[in-house]
Design a binder for this molecule. Structure first.
Ligand SMILES: Cc1cc2nc3c(=O)[nH]c(=O)nc-3n(C[C@H](O)[C@H](O)[C@H](O)COP(=O)(O)O)c2cc1C
Length: 560
C-alpha cells in the first residue's frame, strides 16, 4: 500500500495521540499478561553457524570519565577480542536474577519491562581471529556468540567501505515489536524506540572505551537496511523492523563519505542467508496501530538532511572520579524502589546534567547527526542547597527563547545557585514537587522518592514536519540515549536510577503550560538512593566455564 508523506505524518500524530496515558484512562493494552504466549526474550537464527565470543571480566581500565570524550583513550586494534568486548559492553547479559524458581536475565542495555525488543547485528570485513570472509552476523546475548547469517565477497566489502576509514565495521539494530506489545499493547512502539536509543548509547560508549567512535548512518532507507541486515518477512507475526546502522571506526579518523552505495546494499537481499528466526510465541495478538506506526515511519533514502552535524556547546570537563567504566556499565541496574531520604550535592546534580548536554567530541551524543531536540523538565526533591521545585534544562541554549515563549508566563527562569555558565538550568517555580511528579509518572513512588525526576520534552511538530514521519523514532532514540547517560551517571555517583515510560503525557504538558504539538513529553527518569529487594538473588551473567578470560590478560588488552 502506498503511504504518502502527508498520510504518514498524520498517522504518526494519530499514533502518538492515541497512545497517550491519561489520568482517567491508560493507552490500550492487553488488560493482563497471557503467560502462555510470553515471547522468548532471545532471538536465535536456527541453523546459522556460531562464532563464540570471549567473556571479558569488567576491568579497572579505562576509567569512566575519559570514555565520554573523543581522543582520550588509545585506539584498540580490530580483532576477535575487541569485537567480543564491543558486544560484551553494549548488548550482553549483565546478570541473572532469581526469586524462588523464577529466573530472568538482565542486560547491559536496559529495556522497558525487561522485554528487550532490540536485536543487534554486525557487518564486518576480515577481522583477525574472527572471520576470513566479510560477513553479516546476528548477536545472541544469552550465549554471547555471533550467528553468521551470510558471508559475502571481499569485492563487495571493498565497494562498501570506499571512503570509510580503515578498521570500519557496522553495527545494526532492529526491533521486534511483538516482544514489547505482548505486555504493553499500543504504547509498545514508543518503548521499542526508547530501547533503540539506549542501545545506540551503549554501543557508542562501548566503542568509545576502545578508542573507537560510532556514528549513526542515516541516509539509508528502511528497505536497504533490511537488505543489509537480512531482516526480511515484514508480514509475519513477529517481524523484525530494521531501525538503524551505526558506523564504528577509530576516533579522530575522518570519513570522506557518510553513506553506503545503494547499488551494493541492494544486492545483499539475493545472498544465501543462513538460519531461520526462532518462533518467540506460540500465538499472537494483533496491534494494528503498531503496524501502522511502523509502516508510517519507514524511512526513504535521504541525502545529507541534517545541516548541523555536530551540536553546539563547550567541551566537557573531565572529572577525576576513579571508577571503572566497564564496572559501571555491567553493574547498571534499574531501581525498583527509592528510599525517599538520600540526597545529592548540587555539584553532583550539575555534573550529571552537564553530561546529558551534547558538546564537541562528546559521547554518546556525537553518534546522533542532528542537533539536540530534547530538553528536560525537572522535579527537584532532595538536592543540597537547591530549593525543591520545578526546573528546566535547555539542552540546546539556542532554543531557550522558544521554550520560554511556549511555557507558563509566571515561571521565574532563575539560575539556581552556583550553576555553571555552560548549563542552561533554570528554576521555574519553588515548592514540594514530590506528589506532582509521582502523579505524573503513573503514580509510581520512584518519581517522588529520588533526588530528582525529570520529563524529556521534545521539539516535536517542527522536526516531524521538516524531516517527515520517519523522524518520529529518532526523537525517542535521542531520549533513550539521554536515559542511558543518566543510568550510568547515577551508578558513578553511587546511587541508582530508573527509566519511566509510564507517565501521563498531557498532564505533564499542563504542568509546564505547553499546548499543541510543538513540544511533547517523551520519556521520564528518576535518580536516587535505592532500596534493594532482598528477596532477589543475583547470579553471574555467564557461567564461569564459558570461555573465561583471566584478569591479567584483560589488563594487557586495554590498559593505556
Ligand atoms: C524505556 C524504559 C521505560 C521504563 N519504564 C519503567 C516504568 O515506567 N516503571 C519502572 O518501574 N521501570 C521502568 N523501566 C525500567 C525497566 O523495567 C528495567 O530497565 C528492566 O526491568 C530491566 O532492568 P535493568 O534496567 O535493571 O536492566 C523502564 C526502562 C526503560 C528502558
Amino acid at each position: 500500500m502506498l503511504v504518502t508523506m502527508a498520510d504518514a505524518l498524520s498517522q504518526v500524530f494519530a499514533y502518538h495521540e492515541t497512545t497517550k496515558h491519561h489520568l482517567n484512562r491508560y493507552a490500550r493494552g492487553p488488560g493482563g499478561l497471557d503467560w502462555a504466549t510470553q515471547p522468548d526474550p532471545f532471538r536465535r537464527y536456527v541453523g546459522a553457524s556460531v562464532i563464540p565470543l570471549e567473556h571479558l571480566k569488567p576491568s579497572d581500565h579505562p576509567l569512566y570519565e575519559p570514555v565520554f570524550i573523543e581522543g582520550k583513550l588509545p585506539i584498540q586494534p580490530l580483532n576477535h577480542r575487541s569485537i567480543s568486548q564491543l558486544f560484551y559492553d553494549s548488548l550482553a547479559l549483565s546478570a541473572w536474577k532469581q526469586v524462588g524458581d523464577v529466573r530472568w536475565s538482565l542486560r547491559v542495555n536496559p529495556s522497558s519491562g525487561n522485554l528487550h525488543p532490540t536485536e543487534g547485528y554486525l557487518v564486518c570485513g576480515l577481522v583477525d581471529g574472527l572471520c576470513t570472509q566479510p560477513m553479516v552476523c546476528h548477536y545472541a546475548p544469552k550465549e554471547h556468540v555471533l550467528e553468521r547469517r551470510v558471508e559475502f565477497p571481499p569485492e563487495t566489502w571493498k565497494a562498501m567501505t570506499a571512503g570509510w576509514p580503515n578498521g570500519t565495521i557496522w553495527v545494526g539494530l532492529a526491533s521486534i515489536h511483538w516482544r514489547e506489545a505482548w505486555k504493553y499493547g499500543e504504547r509498545a512502539f514508543r518503548y521499542c524506540q526508547h530501547d533503540v536509543g539506549h542501545a545506540i548509547a551503549t554501543v557508542a560508549l562501548a566503542a568509545a572505551a576502545m578508542g573507537w567512535k560510532a556514528t549513526l548512518l542515516d541516509d539509508l532507507s528502511t528497505e536497504l537496511l533490511a537488505s543489509l541486515l537480512g531482516v526480511f518477512d515484514p508480514q509475519g507475526a513477529e517481524p523484525e523492523q530494521p531501525e538503524c546502522l551505526l558506523a564504528v571506526y577509530p576516533q579522530r579518523e575522518s570519513c570522506a563519505v557518510q553513506t553506503l552505495p545503494e547499488d551494493v546494499i541492494v544486492t545483499f537481499k539475493a545472498l544465501s542467508w543462513q538460519g531461520t528466526p526462532n518462533l518467540l510465541s506460540p500465538a499472537h495478538v494483533d496491534w494494528p496501530i503498531i503496524d501502522q506506526a511502523a509502516a508510517a515511519t519507514r524511512k526513504p533514502v535521504t541525502q545529507k538532511v541534517y545541516e548541523t552535524a555536530m551540536p553546539i556547546g563547550k567541551p566537557l570537563e573531565v572529572r577525576s572520579a576513579p571508577v571503572s567504566f566497564r564496572k559501571m556499565v555491567h553493574q547498571r541496574r534499574s531501581c525498583l524502589a527509592l528510599d525517599g531520604q538520600t540526597g545529592m550535592t548540587r555539584d553532583a546534580l550539575y555534573q550529571i546534567l552537564r553530561k546529558v548536554i551534547p558538546g564537541p567530541d562528546q559521547f554518546p551524543f556525537n553518534a546522533l547527526p542532528w542537533s539536540p531536540l530534547i530538553h528536560c523538565g525537572l522535579f527537584i526533591h532532595r538536592v543540597q542547597d537547591v530549593d525543591p521545585g520545578l526546573y528546566f534544562l535547555a539542552r540546546d541554549p539556542t532554543k531557550l527563547d522558544p521554550l520560554k515563549d511556549a511555557m507558563k508566563k509566571e515561571f521565574v527562569w532563575e539560575k539556581p545557585p552556583a550553576c555553571p555558565d555552560n548549563l542552561e538550568l533554570y528554576r521555574l517555580s519553588t515548592g514540594d514537587a514530590r506528589e506532582l511528579s509521582q502523579q505524573i509518572s503513573c503514580h509510581q513512588e520512584i518519581a517522588a522518592n529520588g533526588c530528582f525526576s525529570l520529563g524529556m520534552i521534545a521539539e516535536f511538530e517542527g522536526p516531524l514536519r521538516k524531516y517527515g514521519a520517519w523522524f518520529y523514532p529518532r526523537l525517542f532514540w535521542e531520549a533513550g540515549a539521554i536515559g542511558q547517560v543518566l543510568y550510568l551517571e547515577a551508578e558513578a555517583c553511587g546511587i541508582r536510577s530508573t527509566g519511566i515510560g509510564c507517565f501521563f503525557d498531557d498532564p505533564m504538558h499542563r504542568v509546564l503550560g505547553l499546548t499543541g504539538w510543538r513540544f511533547q513529553d517523551l520519556y521520564h527518569f528518576t535518580i536516587g538512593g535505592p532500596v534493594e529487594d532482598k528477596r532477589l538473588t543475583t547470579l553471574p551473567a555467564y557461567s564461569s566455564t564459558q570461555n573465561d578470560v583471566k584478569e591479567s590478560d584483560q589488563g594487557r588488552f586495554d590498559l593505556p
